[in-house]
Write a new protein. Sequence first.
Lengths: 229, 183
Amino acid sequence: MEGFHSQDSVAILIGFLVLIVVIRLAYVLYWSGRPLRTLSQRVSTLIVLGSGGHTAEMLSIVNVLEKDRFVPRFYIAAGTDNMSLQKARVLEESLIQKEEIGNKKDIEKIACFEQIYRSREVGQSYLTSIYTTLVAILHALWLMLKFRPEVIICNGPGTCIPICLVAFIFKVVGIRWSSIFYIESIARVKRLSLSGLLLYKLHLADQFYVQWPQLQRKYQRAHYVGCLM
Amino acid sequence: MTSGAVDREKEKKVVFVTVGTTCFDALVKSVDSRHVRNELKKRGYTNLLIQMGRGSYIPRKSTMQSCGEDESLVVDYFTFSPSIADYMRSASLIISHAGSGSIFETLRLRKPLIVVVNEDLMDNHQSELAEELAERKHLFCASPQTLGQTIQTMDLDSLLPFQSGDGLPVAKLINKFLGFPAE
């Protein structure tokens, strides 16, 4: 009789917890993608640099962002990509020179540059990529705990996926509500990339931008923004 | 003889071929073929410069001396260079792989461009961009097999300049989403 009772209460407890999680998930999904009213003047911003053409497109956005609003800025690039962070640093240094506020010390306060472990190399076997993906997610978790950005701006390829997953978990758990903005590559005219498709279908991105009108017609929740290049 | 050389120097018309950071032997082989060389010569080009990347196919080099007086297409190649932009600027025609980086770099320089799509790539989404821009008349799109044909039939006057875009629409939407007042 006693044993039955405790089993019963455990079942009720588990059911209750599942219900809470489901309600919280529904709440997060409902509010994701809805405009916010940001009360603060500044938002900490995480910028994921994809490499090559992706980085060029991302920096064209950073170029026109209001720099005193989206601050501090954290730049992340894949560990195998040596060029992107350097390009971002050049951009940040040119901004400081433009404003003539001076010395190298200031850049540490407004911009930070980090590499992230890459989840999968081209041609890697599926078995080892399970392990490396896990490591990449743990690394993303560490970086996200460190930065806790209010805004995440990202594009392809897969570098941003672990970051966006962790950001979503943070939303559900209540650690931090980050708004995620994803920009599909200019090279995608008819079909979304795998990363884009994942973020779109799973509602992980708060806003989703495409650079060609025919893609917007196919994916109605996306916003058409014209060419970034 | 010297005055002839000076004239030729004046009328130097360079075709620059770039495969980017990968290897694209099919393109290098194609521009190295007699057919494509002949078509380039017929269109009045005098020099062919090939950036061949990691490819293993070595094109035939030829200088003016080694050829007969009639055959005046000078061919040279290199693997990589930090100053690709300078080569692009001095070229009259650019033949490029389908990577978005070199496509937009060329379009910004307002140079005539033929994009050759690598059909051996597994995930061949790259052709989407080249085909769309060809449809909008910003460039010509070809495959390694049809390159000679494209050079023969292309009408450079039909090309329209590409209007470069920027990140402003994205920045505006992000500001609006976050509830920041527009400036």
